[in-house]
Design a binder for this molecule. Sequence first.
Ligand code: OGA
Ligand code: NI
Length: 359
Amino acid sequence: MADQKVSIQNIGTSIPVDNVQALAASVADSGAVPPRYLRPEVNAYPVAQDGDGELPVIDFARLLDLRFSQEESAKLHYACAEWGFFQLLNHQVPEEVIEQMKADIMEFFKLPLEEKKAFAQGPGGLQGYGQAFVMSEEQKLDWADVFFVITRPVHLREMRFWPTRPPTFRNTLSCYSAELKRVASTLMEVIAEALGIAPDRLLDIFDDMPQGVRINYYPPCPEADQVLGLSPHTDGGGGLTLLLQINDVQGLQIKNNGKWFPVRPLPGALVVNIGDILEILSNGKLNSIEHRAVINTEKERLSVATFLFPSEDAVIGPLPELVTKGCEEKYKTMSYRDFLKTFYARKLDGRSLLESLRL
Ligand code: OGA
Ligand code: NI
């Protein structure tokens, strides 16, 4: 692929594999989960219990209020540096937009398989309905179907992948995407200020806030303790991820002190995490934390991850103002296009990509 052709909307491919929603329906009858989904590593690390810490909660309204912003942004910095994850309350995304997202997404996944497949991934990309990061015939598989589209900048939208059923879907996703752009822009500014760099420094790199939305559908599985909905990974292509849990089923777990820490979203919260790009730009001051999704035996689970990408022309490496004496440069510098190529050439594998970029 010629370098100038590498772009967030056309990079990556994945070997096509069975639809998991359909597979789950047949397994419910037969009881046998195919071996490719059985993962011996599921229980390799303990799951954290109550009392093993508390995921930081950040109040977006306080970040914007001069009386509290300093205190709240210090909390935000601590969350991004120590946990790499936090819950965001009072983000001001209108309730109607969230509720309509939930309703439209649930309805889309209820459609017959053939109707969903009208928006299936093509061979040359990852947009649409399908799966991602399947790179070999031997690789173990995740117990989930996904729907992914680039939502911003608006001129990069490829509408053929955007569902027309339910009829409100496109408009709802478009509104949600605009709301999340607003929230993410503010977070980028506050994160930059708390790092002690110019407030617009990150906004310049994430110019115009390129954005992708990934909807995860995790069907129930009778052998839930043997399968994974989403392999351990860090959010590789982006700087910041904002996750909305669609229904009231838990599944996200994050690596914290050698344990899997279950995230239980508070009512109305978005779960936000630092991606690889912000870890690298911040020269390791912020942390892109490994996380995974586990499966429920009886209930399906749905979530929406919104990823914020740097501009395609960006150069990704530790920001010079954060490379100081005693804090030497920790990662290689490369063009974002080269970074994308590396990211999409691999399966999801914990922090291995980030580690490979360490100096
Ligand atoms: C992701 C992700 C977690 C979840 O899509 O990158 O980490 O709870 N999702 O679905
Ligand atoms: Ni993730």
